[in-house]
Ligand binder design. Sequence first.
Ligand code: GAL
Length: 852
Amino acid sequence: MKRMKYQSYYSRFAFLMLLLSAVGFFKGFSQPGPITRMGSTNTISFDEGWFFQRYGLQPDGTRKEEPSGLENTTFNDAAWQKLKLPHDWAITGPFRIELEGSTGKLPWKGIGWYRKHFTVPVTDAGKQIFVDFDGVMANAKIWLNGKYVGTWPYGYSSFRMDLTPYIMPGKENILAVRLDTENWDSRWYPGAGIYRHVWLVKTAPVHVDHWGTYITTPQINDQQALVNVAVTVSNQSQQAAKAIAQTILFELDPSNKPTKKVAVTKETIIDLNAGERKVVESQATVFNPKRWDIESPNRYVAQTTIRMNGKVIDTYYTPFGIRTLEFTARNGFLLNGKRVQINGTCNHHDLGALGAAFNQSALIRQLKMLKDMGCNSLRTSHNPPAPELLELADKMGFLVWDEAFDAWKKGKRKNDYNKIFDEWHEKDLKALVHRDRNHPSVFIWSIGNEVMEQQNVELTKHLVEIVQREDPTRPVSNGYNDPDGGRNSGAATALGLMGVNYFFGQQPKWDADPRYANKPTIGSETSSCVSTRGEYFFGSKDYQNWQISSYDYAKPGWGCSPDEQFRTNAKYPHLLGEYVWTGFDYLGEPTPYNSDETNLLNFRTDPDKKEELEKQLELIRKNNPPSRSSYFGIIDLAGFPKDRFYSYQAHWRPDFPMAHIFPHWNWPERIDSITPVHVYTSGDEAELFLNGKSLGRKIKTPGKDFRLVWDSVRYVPGELKVVSYKNGKQWATDVVKTTGEMSKLVLSADRSVLKAGQDDLCFITVKVTDKDELMVPRSHPLIQFSIEGAGEIVATDNGDPTSFVPFQSHERPAFNGMALVIVKAKGGAKGKFTVHAKSEGLTGASIKVESK
Ligand code: GAL
């Protein structure tokens, strides 16, 4: 069996040097406080106090002339909208039926200008001043005090701009940012604006460069781990400099506080000419290393200091982890020597009703749900994620497939990445790898998703080489929807890991082909089942009123049900696992009500299916459905699990006792009609009871059945109960009951205490219930929300992919018995507030929230 070990090996000499350098280890270093992020300690949030104005295409489709000179200091921006970042200018809508469903029917195209007035103290003269953007959509151009600083077109990359040449310490400075989404196309809702955080960084002229640390662990065993610290030091001064770099390693607790000091590198002397940049390497040994793992995501942090003339002039933190990765063709993936089946989900970057504007608490909510389902890996489809996603993955124990592009030189749409590929692909790849390569969660790099040139050997090699040059410790993959083409051409031989989207049919052939027999392979995209929460259609009908039945069989021509996918996976147990398309519903791409012809690319080698799909697309174009968000999610856009959630939970957490019955049992029009009852359970058999009477016991055939089906149940109102068994013992139960009339609203919050000053959000679920608090499944009453006290409503949602009610609305109908209201403390300040929900004819409800 061939194994690919992603570790490099250092000489025994280096090891010895390192032990010697540990002498003097515990001298003279003070215990640091919690760290905010990777980078220099002098990094401050730059999110507050921006002015915004939109030109070009307006929300209503008209145009507003963009005047010239908006970057100038003399321009008066007092009338512009004042806001705090992150900001997505398009999420306020309105939804417009004539806009593309593929990008969410939201008016995201336009020209956006942001300006920020700020001062830095006179004492900053002589410092280097940078602004770090985590992500700006798209085509950013940046000026300081009317002087052009630079550009970064790709909206998903993080990047740094050096403000030093034009900054005026002690005076007012104006930073201006121009964005242009008119010259950008997307297959999903990309959002628009400065939608991630921005930071101001001040350093000495001699300092650790941007993303200037690279930590690897070339030797790991239970007794010790050798940690290699490569530091890029930059001298931006006019004179030569002699500096000393040294790194101390600490354990890092979940609150980001460095705790126990565990190792120190020796001091390295660096001689730098004016304007020079150099990499220095040193090592340290961590004894009895605590491995980073999915179950126990232990982290360390490296504190690197740069000293000159006996003074510390820069301190830089790099969180990292100690773990081994092995990718095998015959035995899947091994983390720290143990096989881990990849139970992953693909996700886009939007956060539902919040749009693309990044919010940490919204992402934590999502990740907790995925964890609860048994998901252990995230694919950042199809672009670099917010940096916080990786920090959370490190902390919570997710492995990450970190992806760069959805297009290379040939676009799928007109203004795709193809427009900038030649000039930017290397810079964007470097930005991704340099930013993310210290994260223990990142285990695979992906250079693309279903790109048009997936059979191109040269291009594939070229991109792989760039990534491997910047980080040889992880394999590079690519998501193929023409895996046979990719392998036939030989392009896939350049990869460390083969990514197959959907088309597994030829797998046995490739497993036998000498070129690929030793190539580890993963299901980089799977299933693509589509459904709407709480909708059930009968007979063989899956589609109705732009909704999709939740019996979990519906899928586009290239997809399959979760059950079918599990069966496929069982056929290829040597593959690493799968990434389901998708964990959450997302804005845009409302397949099968999506007229976007890029769907045809999935059938580039199958003319019959292509023709069939072409006809469907024609019909959709004619009908112009109101659908504006996807149906692919296992969890809906509002964050409410669909039935499929329990299919994955049953399969991915076999030791977690659970059973889930569907559909709901409110079918007054179906008395005596056949109404199939399905059950997902982690047990191996189950018995169903209707009003206390057994409808029989069903047993799963291992590898074949992933749900238990009673398909001849005749509906009578009452109670359905399932009792599931595992190894002959009772394991789990679930009950659904026919409910009474809607009577009241019941609220529950994901948290009642918010952290002041941290953009913390509280997600409140509303259930429409009968008098006994049973959720009434087919209810859609209009709900009004209000707040008393120091809070505000951020957004509302209900998971309906066809709703055109703006996400900012304070009233919204429930969708199949549920709605969501997202609230926060006013200005993020401390204070108490009460959220009220009411609906005509129903008893309303309130919930108290405190921000401390
Ligand atoms: C894939 C594609 C995804 C999404 C998905 C829908 O082919 O990579 O981005 O479009 O299909 O099933």
